[in-house]
Design a protein around this ligand. Structure first.
Ligand code: SF4
Length: 948
């Protein structure tokens, strides 16, 4: 029985509660508006130092992810699988509702049995950077303190473990030395392997403002892609994928050659300089320019800007981290800062941007397989002894835990038999999904603790435990600049949901009664604060000491950076100002690592380098953003992008359906030309899992990616996969779009269902053909758009069942069938407006899709053109233009309207005035500002406006 309770929020008049955005590591403060039972709005917290009231396009629609109708997607009560036969392992339906008592007793029995029979390392935990620090702390103590296994890892392994390893190697501790205010103060900002315009938009707004205030500031972007951030940089180094170490070593060579290093800083505060000097001796500009595929002159400019500036700040993220050389890329960049003394000063330093909202908190409590609490090392016997003493246990196991990729490999091989997954979706996000799915299928016992019951991972759960989510939780998170924010629950969690730390602690107590009966509990926690106080105690005397912090102080003084030891009046803004580093001799270390190419080379069979990244309006595996149709306005459907010349060289055309194959599997999806991509490369957003990008062989985009990982950090090389791309020979096509429910208007009305729920119901159709995609559409009214492709038309009954699900199966639907050509068109008109459409047949017969979709979304009257809508060769009404990608999601402004507005301006009007005019006429860019890079791009393109 539960002995603790999630705080109960009384239903009251509308009020606001302070929390943070649950997406990226910027950690923006939010004010959640609620009436006590429902979240009804969100706005940026003007008092939060990370964002000063601003929110990006994702943060500003957070409240829409908490709409009451989405409760059908939530895990609301515990479930137990009743039939574990192989056929039932993938069915939600073979689980039945259980009480918390039954579910936790069963889980404790299974874990205890496996531990007794096979030892503690036969179980594992795979947790998440979405967890709060308190949640993380309890899970870590459960694994390392109670069970005695270090098999606890996190999806942060996929995100920033190379940055962790590098900070420790170079600076002695996993501590980002900078603060966001350094963006305001830098003279040169080097952005490497990051696209903050899209992935950390609020920081990018800060950079825009700094550049506007100080036009002499220089921005260098290192990225193989011409991203939004790269387009706006003063210098874009479009290096060949994976050559960052060569680039940074080449820059160091130039810094030495041009005598731009800081000899005094090097002598007084570092070690290992002679080894790095020797290493970079041969990294001549010509050699490096050739390896990196950039102009020698650009390399020289980058080094000169870096070395001559008074304050150089580096911002970096997954482009450095997600690599088999991830740690070396990070340390090579840090070498540049040490060589020039660009660290510990305002506006200077190597600043790793975290991807997830609380990856930092996880690092603080040691929530990775190779870490212990408060930045202690598992490999250090003294640290293990210290943690054992603080926890009141005999010892901490010295056996290294399995990192994420190893963990799922061990599950597949059977040495790990049970896994507890919390708040993450490895059946979408891990590389080599075929192997991960096999591992989860073969596992003896899988527990999933999550807010959602419909993720790709949920199908494998033997026990499903419902967790509270954003707006429902109490605790703390730490953002990229080491700033801890207290977050408050705005509403109670729905159903029987419980806080993550509370579930973990209750399970731990039940396991204790089996593994160490009669001993005092290691988990006496009654509140989130009591957990956090334990964490605080572990930090005393450490580099991240927060002995001077408390929940009360976080509430009264607001978010604080660590360290903040007892007696300090505020957290420390910037680390290493005194040149003292947390190493044995107080000196930072130059790490001499030579360039190594990515693990998987492109060759004649797999000639294209595939890289991955983020979309502006989506988050990770889309379990949250996927529920908001508006988040699909900018990029509506899955697609792979390549340079147009590469497309033509393969005899392909933009828009073709292609098969993308790697050494691990293949997926089918549309191809689109993009000038962002260099020749020989292709790009896929990381978000598209099998729910949205289906097909009989697809497990989403990570079907393709490579699990090879960095030897120091264990981080897999998600940024580089060798693939081949060829036309998919799938002549039969279907496109259907419809508002989601009610299905048959002649029957008693049912309420509309969320688009994402309908997409989940379409899963059977999405696995029945070689290609399928399904996405939410609409803004105020939701619907879905589904595409299928196959070699042959499927059976009529199969199509008929799908029609029924889409509400196109009743007698009132208008039909056109050409049996000879195999063409079928279905048009459903309700109350004089289009409600649903299905077009199917040979690819070239699917005319009219774009304008029919616009008819549906705009909800314009169509009764008068009913028969016209059905005709295979019908033309759109004259006043109707097909919709183009949404640029400004706040005000629903699409690209076509922006281009049209720009055409009304004189061509020689300055860019800034053109932008101001767009803002005043269309309002685009005036709210969250996330669309401003795209607006500026369209303004730059206005002399060749393209199709309107
Ligand atoms: Fe959330 Fe956007 Fe802020 Fe990141 S930048 S924390 S996604 S509002």
């Amino acid at each position: 029985m539960m002995t603790v309770n999630t705080p109960h929020i009384p239903v009251s008049a509308t009020h606001e509660v302070k929390s943070t955005c649950c997406y990226c590591g910027v950690g923006c403060g939010v004010l959640i508006e609620s009436d006590g039972s429902r979240i009804v709005g969100v706005r940026g917290d003007p008092d939060h130092p990370a964002n000063l009231g601003k929110l990006c396009s994702k943060g500003s629609i957070l409240h829409l992810t908490a709409r009451p109708e989405l409760q059908s997607l939530r895990a609301l009560y515990p479930e137990l699988r009743t039939d574990r036969s192989a056929g039932n392992k993938h069915s939600y339906h073979s689980r039945v509702r259980a009480t918390w008592d039954q579910a936790l007793e069963h889980a404790a029995d299974r874990f205890a049995d496996i531990i007794r029979m096979h030892g503690p390392d036969a179980v594992a935990f795979y947790v998440s950077g979405q967890l709060l620090t308190e949640d993380y702390f309890v899970f870590n103590k459960l694994a390392k303190g109670l069970i005695g296994t270090n098999n606890i890892d996190t999806n942060s392994r996929l995100c920033m473990s190379s940055a962790v390893a590098a900070y420790k190697q170079s600076l002695g501790a996993d501590a980002p030395p900078c603060a966001y205010e350094d963006i305001d103060l830098a003279d040169v900002v080097l952005i490497a392997g990051a696209n903050p315009a899209v992935a950390h938009p609020i920081l990018y707004r800060r950079l825009e403002a700094a550049r506007a205030a100080r036009p002499d500031m220089k921005v260098i972007v290192v990225d193989p892609r011409r991203t939004d951030s790269a387009r706006e940089a003063d210098l874009h180094l479009a290096i060949q994928p994976g050559t960052d170490v060569a680039l940074f070593n080449g820059m160091l060579h130039l810094l030495l050659w041009e005598e731009l290093t800081d000899a005094d800083f090097i002598n007084r505060h570092t070690e290992g300089f002679s080894a790095i000097k020797t290493l970079v001796r041969d990294a001549t500009p010509r050699t490096i320019a050739e390896i990196c595929g950039i102009a020698e002159s650009d390399l020289v400019i980058a080094a000169q800007w870096f070395g001559r500036s008074n304050a150089t700040l580096s911002l970096y993220c997954q482009g450095l981290n997600q690599s088999t050389s991830g740690t070396a890329k990070n340390t090579a960049l840090i070498n540049l800062h040490l060589a020039t003394g660009q660290i510990g000063r305002p506006g200077a330093g190597p600043f790793s941007l975290t991807g997830q909202p609380n990856a930092m908190g996880g690092r603080e409590v040691g929530g990775l397989a190779n870490q212990l609490c408060a930045h202690r090392d598992l490999a250090d016997p003294a640290h293990r002894a210290e943690v054992a003493r603080l926890w009141g246990i005999e010892e901490v196991s010295a056996r290294p835990g399995k990192t994420a990729v190893e963990l799922f490999e061990s599950l597949d091989q059977g040495s790990i038999k049970a896994v507890w997954i919390a708040n993450t979706n490895p059946a979408q996000s891990m590389p080599d999904q075929n192997a991960v799915h096999r591992a989860l299928r073969n596992a003896e016992f899988v527990v999933l603790q999550d807010a959602y019951l419909n993720t790709e991972t949920a199908q494998f759960a033997d026990v499903l435990l419902p967790a509270t989510s954003w707006g429902e939780k109490e605790g703390t998170v730490t953002n990229s600049e080491r700033r801890i924010t207290r977050i408050r629950a705005a509403v109670n969690g729905p159903g029987e949901t419980r806080a993550d730390w509370e579930i973990a602690a209750e399970f731990a107590r039940r396991l204790e009664s089996r593994l160490r009966p009669g001993k005092p509990s290691l988990f006496p926690y009654q509140t989130a604060e009591s957990v956090w106080n334990d964490h605080r105690a572990m930090t005393r005397g450490r580099d991240l000491d927060i002995g001077g912090l408390s929940y009360a102080l976080l509430e009264s003084k607001g978010p604080q950076q660590w360290p903040m030891p007892a007696g300090a009046s505020r957290g420390l803004t910037r680390l290493y100002a005194d040149g003292q580093f947390p190493t044995a001799n107080g000196r930072a270390r130059f790490i001499a690592k030579a360039y190594r190419p990515p693990a998987e080379k492109t060759d004649a069979r797999y000639p294209i380098a595939l890289t991955t990244g983020r979309l502006r309006d989506q988050w990770h595996s889309m379990s949250r953003t996927g529920s908001v149709p508006r988040a699909f306005g900018q990029v509506a459907e899955p697609e792979i992008t390549m340079q147009s010349r590469d497309i033509a060289r393969r005899g392909l055309t933009s828009g073709d359906l292609v098969e993308v194959q790697s050494r691990r599997g293949s997926i089918v999806l549309p191809l689109r030309a993009s000038d962002e991509i260099a020749s020989g490369q292709a790009y896929l957003p990381m978000h598209w899992g099998a729910r949205f990008l289906g097909g009989m062989h697809s497990r989403g985009i990570n079907t393709l990616t490579n699990p090879a990982n960095d030897p120091d950090s264990g981080q897999p090389e998600l940024k580089h996969t060798a693939v081949r791309i060829q036309a998919a020979q799938l002549p039969w096509r279907l496109v259907a779009f419809a508002f989601s429910g009610p299905g048959d208007p002649t029957k008693p009305e049912s309420s509309p269902i969320p688009a994402l729920a309908l997409i989940d119901q379409l899963a059977v159709w999405m696995r029945g053909v070689p290609f399928a995609s399904a996405v939410p559409i609409g803004r105020d009214r939701e619907g879905v758009l589904i595409r299928l492709a196959a070699e042959q038309p499927p059976a009529q009954e199969w199509l008929g069942s799908m029609d029924t699900l889409l509400g196109l199966g009743y007698d009132g639907v208008a039909r056109y069938d050409d049996l000879r050509l195999g063409v079928a068109r279905r048009v459903d008109i309700r109350d004089g407006r289009l409600h649903g459409v299905r077009l199917s047949g040979p690819a070239k017969t699917l005319q009219g899709e774009a304008w029919l979709l616009e008819c549906l979304l705009s909800e314009r009257p169509v009764e008068a053109i009913r028969n016209h809508l059905l005709a295979p060769n019908a033309q759109p009404p004259e006043d109707l233009k097909p919709r183009s990608p949404i640029v400004c999601s706040c005000f629903d402004v699409d690209e076509r309207r922006i281009r049209a507005a720009l055409l009304t301006q004189p061509v020689d009007v300055p860019d800034q005035i053109a932008l101001g005019s767009l803002e005043s006429t269309l309002k685009c860019g005036t709210n969250c500002g996330s669309c401003r890079p795209r607006l500026k791009q369209l303004i730059a393109e206005r002399l060749s406006p393209g199709t309107i």
